[in-house]
Design a protein around this ligand. Structure first.
Ligand SMILES: [Mg+2]
Ligand SMILES: [Zn+2]
Length: 186
């Protein structure tokens, strides 16, 4: 089984749209300057990169699923040219009223990705900028969740991070920590 980093998209890899707005065309997509380097670092650490994103703009009829796929493709061409390509995108297209199992904070997107791609969630990480990302990562039982926010989330499985680069460095440090059970007294 592979290990993965599950990533929220808006506000983590690209600039978040204003509150209540959605990215419905590639012209609105601005990749954050820290993102390619951070994603590349995570790939070098052996992680698969999986985007898990809530996009209820599809359920609201503001954009079609095909258009959403095109935005993700466009994003990935840009990232791939920096050696930072995403392995797969998963999105929840549903509006609240659908009561689906995939809209974060439910763990459905992560669980589906894990099944499809044979991922070991317990040795995987989640990076997000919203409390629903933290909720999904914890519910899916990821090893740790990196929360990019000025707010602080108090939980021993949550790392409060500045941005995606900070999150990638913290994940690197965490993977290199020697587990307590293997430490020896000198
Ligand atoms: Mg977000
Ligand atoms: Zn859904």
């Amino acid at each position: 089984m592979s290990k993965a980093v599950f990533l929220d998209r808006d506000g983590v890899i690209n600039l978040a749209p204003p509150q209540g707005k959605y990215i419905t065309s590639v012209s609105q997509l601005h990749i954050l300057p820290q993102a390619p380097g951070a994603l590349k670092l995570l790939k070098e650490l052996g992680f698969r990169l999986i985007v898990v994103t809530n996009q209820r703009c599809i359920g609201k009829g503001l954009i079609s699923a095909d258009e959403m796929d095109n935005i993700c493709l466009f994003m990935n061409r840009r990232l791939e040219s920096c050696g930072a390509g995403i392995d797969r995108f998963y999105y929840c297209p549903h509006d609240y009223s659908n009561c689906c199992d995939c809209r974060k904070p439910k763990p459905g997107l992560i669980q589906t990705a894990a099944r499809d791609m044979c991922l070991d969630v317990k040795s995987s990480y989640m990076i997000g900028d919203s409390e629903v990302d933290v909720g999904a990562g914890l519910a899916a039982e990821c090893k740790l969740v990196c929360y990019i926010s000025r707010k602080k989330y108090q939980n021993n499985r949550v790392l409060n991070c500045r941005d995606i680069w900070d999150a990638a460095v913290r994940i690197k440090e965490n993977t290199q920590e020697v587990p307590l059970c293997l430490r020896r007294e000198r």
